[in-house]
Design a binder for this molecule. Structure first.
Ligand code: HH2
Length: 269
């Protein structure tokens, strides 16, 4: 299924982590039936895409083997591909997992390493898939130890420009950019990115933001992870008003309602 959305509608991506240790929904959808049921629930709540991940990338997380990652995600994608009414996305940094997911029916690769691996570029191109190029400084295990930038927006833009050129050279047409909130970024970096999102538009690709329940909301408000839905909605509204097209969220129902209202207001002239 290709990505094809109405131009003025914000695209909501529902997060489905088939992991025991994801920072918010770890362990909740770890078996096949529960994961498939949760995906269907998010579709009924208004998700436009389901993003399936089998490896946590929270700060400090340890990598899992590719065999284990595949064991977690592939049955879910295979089951959903038969009946899902929305495109499926695979959240992986491993080319082999991306290939297996695309062959099983996914149509978007969400790569938190931002197509740094040429093998990933080749697989996305071969399958004529869409891709999310996300920026991360460092690796999940250590990325929050000492993030450092002279100009956070400028450096991420330069990274995107190089990765877009590599993707386009391989024939990838459908590119989404994500500055990677919380991936090797301190609070000040996350806030600068969110405040300066307009500067990414000149790269000519739609933007995605994944701010859902992340720690910067806790750093601003003191709220624990279970209590970060209001902060998630506030950040979602703020970024949509700055031209972001794709939101990656855990709470589809609540974010859908909030963003439908924003989209309706914006649609009137
Ligand atoms: N955030 C997470 C994972 N994947 N992909 C993109 N494109 N953008 C993001 O901001 C992003 C992402 C982390 O959130 P989550 O999947 O809920 O947690 P975990 O990595 O612990 O599984």
């Amino acid at each position: 299924m290709r990505l094809n959305f109405a131009p003025h509608k914000t695209v909501i991506i529902g997060v489905l982590n088939v992991t025991p240790d994801s920072f918010y929904d770890g362990g909740k959808w770890f078996d096949l039936d529960t994961a498939v049921a949760r995906a269907r629930e998010m579709i009924a709540e208004g998700a436009d895409i389901i993003d399936i991940g089998g490896e946590s990338s929270r700060p400090g997380s340890d990598p899992v083997t590719e065999a284990e990652e595949q064991r977690r995600v592939l049955p879910v994608i295979t089951a959903l591909a038969k009946s899902a009414t929305v495109p499926l996305s695979i959240d992986t940094r491993h080319p082999a997992i991306a290939r297996a997911a695309l062959e099983a029916g996914a149509s978007l690769v969400n790569d938190i390493t931002g197509l740094r691996d040429q093998k990933m570029i080749d697989i996305v191109a071969k399958h004529k898939a869409s891709v999310v190029i996300m920026h991360m400084q460092g690796e999940p295990k250590t990325m929050q130890d000492q993030p450092q930038y002279d100009d956070v927006v400028g450096e991420i833009k330069a990274f995107f420009a190089a990765r877009i050129a590599a993707a386009r050279a391989a024939g990838i047409a459908d590119i989404i950019l994500d500055p990677g909130i919380g991936f090797g970024k301190k609070l000040e970096h996350n806030l600068a990115i969110l405040n300066r999102l307009e500067e990414f538009h000149e790269l000519g690709c739609p933007l995605l933001i994944g701010a859902s329940r992340k720690s910067f909301i806790g750093a601003i408000t003191g709220a624990e992870i279970e209590d970060r839905l209001p902060g998630t909605i506030a950040s979602s509204v703020a970024v949509v008003l700055k031209g972001v097209r794709f939101l990656r969220v855990h709470d589809v129902k609540e974010c859908r309602q909030a963003i439908d209202v924003v989209d309706a207001i914006r649609a009137v002239r």
